[in-house]
Design a protein around this ligand. Structure first.
Ligand code: ACO
Length: 322
């Protein structure tokens, strides 16, 4: 049987760091409020010339270098984003061109903060169906460009960035026990007004701004996240005790801690980057993966759970052996 094995990872962040103190000059907020409610200390904000595609390209190049591969070795690019450079063509095609690739195929996926989990599951399906051999899976966002910078309830929460992994087809003998083991995806559009953008091509004709009922999102988050994690554990026939690392979507430290506690996973096994990156939507999981694999915490063969929940609502989990 063919499986999808991670063979490279990388990430990229904008040049400019914006601290909580800097935001105090913009809106009526404080470093202590932001840290207490969210765990966020700073975020990276895209500047002149930095876009979702440029950050995605940089993350892709880092992942290719990490894997010892070139763009010639890739036959599919999937980009998870809700902040594309253009309405069309897809940011994935833009990145394909930036990488000098004119073979294979590329497309975007839109599942907001759950985008990376959806993209990894989709890439895994292409590989297991024999339709792709090596897939660049990228999560890239410039949420700063969707924010209402006068709204303190949302503008302090988000940041920009990109991360990427490369998934490679391997048969059972080559994979050993590595590869993607299980996945669980969910969505429910009944919750759309709790977290959405109040604009769009087919409605207002402009980009709009992110709007969120924070408390409502918070109320649903832990239950939804833990449900899909349990579904992935059940599919794989393993328990939380066997997990080496939980790599959650980085929205809020309290949501991360609440989910880990409910599952009985100690915080020592949880990768947390929300303090440094804030919420980078579809980029947050691959940014966290690159941080923890880059500094040697996540090692080859480790059992890793990825999870996310976001606008829609969408939510999902992917279980893999690194
Ligand atoms: N600085 C200072 N005060 C603020 C700020 C701010 N930036 N934002 C809101 N407040 C005030 C509010 O106006 C309110 O004041 P009031 O009591 O006088 O009316 C007070 O703080 C409490 O506001 P709440 O919204 O009730 O605060 P809460 O404890 O719920 O924290 C937060 C807000 C951090 C948004 C929280 O609800 C949350 O994290 N929700 C999840 C949202 C999220 O993470 N979304 C990301 C996308 S979805 C996902 O990725 C899971």
């Amino acid at each position: 049987m063919t499986r999808s094995v991670v063979c490279g990872f990388g990430s990229a962040l904008p040049r400019r760091v914006v601290t909580n103190e800097e935001l105090q000059k913009l809106v009526d907020t404080s470093d202590s409020w932001i840290q207490q409610r969210t765990g966020i200390k700073q975020r990276y904000i895209a500047g002149e010339g930095e876009t979702t595609a440029s950050l995605g390209e940089a993350a892709a190049r880092a992942a290719l270098a990490n894997a010892g591969l070139s763009p010639d070795d890739i036959d599919l690019i999937v980009v998870a984003t809700s902040t594309p450079d253009n309405t069309f063509p897809a940011t994935a095609v833009n990145i394909q061109h930036r990488l000098g690739m004119n073979h294979g195929f590329a497309f975007d996926m839109q599942a907001v903060c759950s985008g990376f989990v959806y993209a990894v599951t989709t890439a895994d399906n292409f590989i297991r169906a024999g339709r792709a051999k090596r897939v660049l899976v990228i999560g890239a966002e410039t949420f700063s460009r969707l924010l209402d910078w006068t709204d303190r309830t949302t503008c302090v929460l988000f940041g920009d960035g990109a991360g990427a992994i490369i998934l490679e087809a391997a048969d059972d003998a080559a994979a050993g026990d590595r590869g993607i083991i299980a996945a669980s995806l969910r969505s429910d559009g009944a919750h759309c007004e709790k977290l959405y953008v109040d604009g769009g091509v087919s409605t207002t004709g402009d980009i709009g701004h992110l709007r969120m009922q924070g408390r409502e999102v918070f109320k649903h988050a832990v239950g939804m996240i833990t449900d899909v994690i349990v579904a992935a554990f059940d599919e794989a026939g393993i328990t939380a005790d066997e997990l080496d690392w939980l790599v959650p979507h980085q929205a809020n430290r309290r949501i991360i801690e609440g989910s880990a506690k409910k599952l009985g996973i100690p915080m020592e096994k949880v990768v947390v980057t929300v303090d440094q990156h804030a919420n980078t939507s579809a980029a947050s999981i691959p940014l966290a993966l690159a941080a923890a694999a880059g500094d040697g915490r996540i090692k080859r063969g480790d059992t890793v759970m990825l999870e996310a929940m976001g606008g829609g609502f969408t939510w999902g989990a992917v279980l893999l052996r690194w």
